[in-house]
Design a protein. Structure first.
Length: 448
């Protein structure tokens, strides 16, 4: 398809998008939210990686079209797919995905322009000055073809080494052009499509660690010198060896504080059942807690086509059935199910329990902690009461907000309301004893 036709097809899509918005507004309270509609309600996009080869499968496409608001071509925009020999661009498979997305009013993430992997061998044979030219030509050729059609591009992918060194990874670009290749790529990308958000994307950078700090320092340097960068992508491929970091939100926030958007770009979490659901909830809550976290993309529609299918890391199983992780994500996004579904009308079984422990004790006071655990259904929020013995008073509270009625403290979540089925959160408080060492009584937990 030539560029003029692409632009026309994009203009035609605008009408479809407007129609879709009207449908969403007319949405009755009984209708189930989708991942995309629930995320949109939070001002975020919810996307998935898509493989062109599966678009002919009716269930695949129906699930994609129903649930997602953004797509990332899983392999079709990579260098080996788009410029297999120098100067010869092939866009057939990527066009299929972009055309499909546009016809359904979905946005497209571009992935990826400069990466050491899935790189055709001719690139590695070039000398430095030829390689610089080839890199810029690749960026302008690929971005030019989709100019105005991509909301965010992963300009450079995985340029840093794992581990504690904070060093750049060896690649033809790094080895021949030096650290400056990243900056050159971003400058070429801005020139090629000024409307696209330009992202740096990587993995094992999800928590605060040496690798993410090296990326952080690069982004800080770029923003201070006016090198064009708009966003940082956090791949977020998790499993038991690489779990959701406890400082995930803090890490996203420190990047956002540099003045760039953050996006979760390739989310998948190996596991199953309520444990997997709870991990997904953590990720969604972290993104929602960071104002500049503009959206999330899962790395595939169904477990059966996942690049790590053995780990069943996605939201739909191999038969396109919604997994507990699906319900957890939708409810963490503030969405609800249809009649009888989790969070939906008539479902009515949201429950929680609250359990108390004293976690610290000293002469004049103590710290108490309450663990709130969702029952067999995901919950959107909870309330717990704590009755203090006579004379005691609360001097601090964390992970919750309190209202007092005499000695009864009613605690609501501050950021930790949504819980997957069986998942837990805690809130804590510091008590001044005023001469009484008695334990407080935790009342019933109520969930909604
Ligand atoms: C993966 C694809 O999912 C696979 O189909 C392909 O064989 C290899 O690449 N980081 C990235 C993605 O940035 O492009 C990778 O995608 C997964 C890791």
């Amino acid at each position: 398809m030539n560029m003029m036709l692409r632009r026309l097809s994009r203009a035609a899509t605008a009408g479809l998008v407007a129609a879709a918005a009207l449908t969403a507004a007319a949405h009755s309270a009984e209708a189930a939210d989708t991942l995309g509609s629930a995320a949109a309600g939070q001002g975020r996009y919810f996307g998935t990686a898509v493989a062109a080869g599966h678009l002919g499968e009716a269930d695949y496409t129906a699930t994609l079209d129903r649930e997602f608001g953004s797509v990332t071509p899983e392999n079709e925009m990579k260098w080996d797919a788009t410029e297999p020999s120098r100067g010869t661009f092939t866009f057939t498979s990527a066009d299929r995905i972009v055309d499909h997305a546009q016809s359904r009013g979905m946005d497209v993430r571009g992935h990826t322009l400069v990466w050491h992997s899935q790189l055709p061998s001719w690139v590695g044979t070039l000398g430095a000055s030829d390689l610089r030219t080839a890199m810029k030509d690749h960026i302008s050729g690929l971005m030019g073809h989709y100019k105005g059609e991509i909301h965010s591009w992963d300009v450079v992918n995985e340029a840093f080494q794992d581990g504690g060194s904070g060093a750049r990874r060896s690649s033809p670009f790094q080895d021949k052009l030096g650290d400056g290749f990243i900056e050159e790529a971003f400058r070429a990308a801005r020139a090629a499509d000024p409307a696209a958000k330009l992202c740096y994307n990587d993995y094992n950078t999800d928590g605060v660690n040496a690798k993410s700090t090296a990326v952080y320092n690069m982004v800080k340097d770029f923003t201070s010198r006016g090198v064009p960068i708009d966003c940082v992508g956090f791949q977020s491929h998790f499993n038991s060896n690489s779990p959701v970091p406890s400082d995930y939100r803090q890490n996203l926030q420190r990047f956002a504080d540099l003045g760039v958007d953050v996006q979760i770009t390739e989310l998948d979490i190996e596991g199953s059942g309520s444990a997997q659901a709870a991990d997904y909830t953590k990720v969604v809550q972290a993104c929602l807690a960071v104002e500049r976290c503009t959206g999330m993309t899962v790395w595939g529609v169904t477990d059966k086509y996942s690049w790590r299918s053995g780990g069943t890391p996605l939201l739909f199983d191999g038969n396109y059935a919604e997994k507990p992780a699906y319900d957890a994500v939708r409810s963490a996004l503030g969405g609800s199910g249809g009649p009888g579904e989790p969070g939906g009308p008539g479902e009515g079984t949201a429950t929680c329990t609250a359990a108390y422990t004293r976690t610290a004790d000293w002469n004049g006071g103590y710290n108490g902690e309450v663990t709130v655990t969702a029952g067999s259904e995901p919950i959107g929020s909870w309330t717990a009461t704590v009755t203090l013995p006579a004379r005691q008073s609360v001097s601090a509270l964390w992970n919750g907000t309190a209202a007092f009625n005499g000695n009864v403290m009613t605690v609501r979540p501050s950021w930790n309301g949504a819980l997957a089925a069986g998942a837990s959160t805690t809130f804590g408080f510091t008590v001044t004893k005023n001469g009484s060492d008695a334990a407080p009584a935790v009342g019933a937990c109520t969930a909604s």
